[in-house]
Design a protein around this ligand. Sequence first.
Ligand code: ZN
Length: 382
Amino acid sequence: MFTLIKKDTGTEARTGIIQTPYGVVHTPCFMPVATLGTVKTLSSEELLEIGVEMLISNAYHLYLKPGVEIIEKAGSLHNFMNWKKPIVTDSGGFQIFSLENVKVEDEGVYFRSKLDGSLHFLTPEKSIEIQNRIGADIIMALDYCPRIWDNYEEVERSVEITVRWAERCLSFFRTSGIQNQQLFGIIQGGIYPELRNRCLDKMRPMEFSGFALGGLSIGEPFEKTLETVNFTARVLPSEKVRYFMGLGMPLQILDMVSLGIDLFDCGMPTHIARTGSTLTSKGKINIKAGRYKNDFSPLDEECNCYVCRNYTRAYIRHLLNTNEILGLRLNSYHNVYFMTKFMENVRKSIDEGCFKEFRKNFEKKYNIDSRTSYDTSTADKL
Ligand SMILES: [Zn+2]
């Protein structure tokens, strides 16, 4: 259930609360990605300490490994990974459609496991059943996510299939009597306004608990992303959660929050942490660079995380350049903390009626070069 708390006056930005059996989530919220039931390198206790409120995991990956039976035996994904706060599972559609040799039929999608080449057939009903057994608090309808290079006709087909599958997911969800889980629908349509609108018109009346915007931030110019979200978000029901799938750069999040988006996820903070990039209040830096060799200041002067209170740039640079596991852990911890505090400040500014001012100040300080599109296909979703 979603409760709207405060709506900004100058923009579409808003704060709210999502209630789940595992606790509440304050929005706008950024979810770290725990594809395989782990935010890479970090323990559930560390995520709790950071203040993370909700994670996203991936039903497709968990279905392949370790298999749904094992998670079910543990009681739920919460028990399995000892994370007693809310979890979202993505249906896995995004990952499946990025595989080679995928065959989409009206009934479902045929794909081969990237682990052993075995053939699988996923239907909307099976996708809901898997996500129900995994036990996440919010589960996603199976959608057909077109690729960035797909032409108009293919995107049109993806909208038609997505709408039919959305109906089937909802119907299966209802007839199975699933409780304690919320089902979100995913709007497709690429960057074609008429196709997005068609998908919206058909799905808006459906009884989903929230709506996600899918098939964006996959390599299209960011102006197109903005345009699409601008006309899409404003016509989505205001009493339901609006979720942008696969976006995690702070400046882009500010753009999307100002258009009324409540929920985000992205493998970016942890992915770039492992390749040597650190998020700071002055923008993203390459901590492995020679210029930090003798820099004994914290990763970010303004950060109060455990890493910034105890370790220096020079030390973390040394760890990363010598492939020490601790380097990956410390940088990941800081980046997730940075995103979590950033979202807390975004919410505070909306609640206090100064979001515009907060955004202006943040953007001024944050290196404007950081406004580059982050292609989610390179993230650790895969
Ligand atoms: Zn820090």
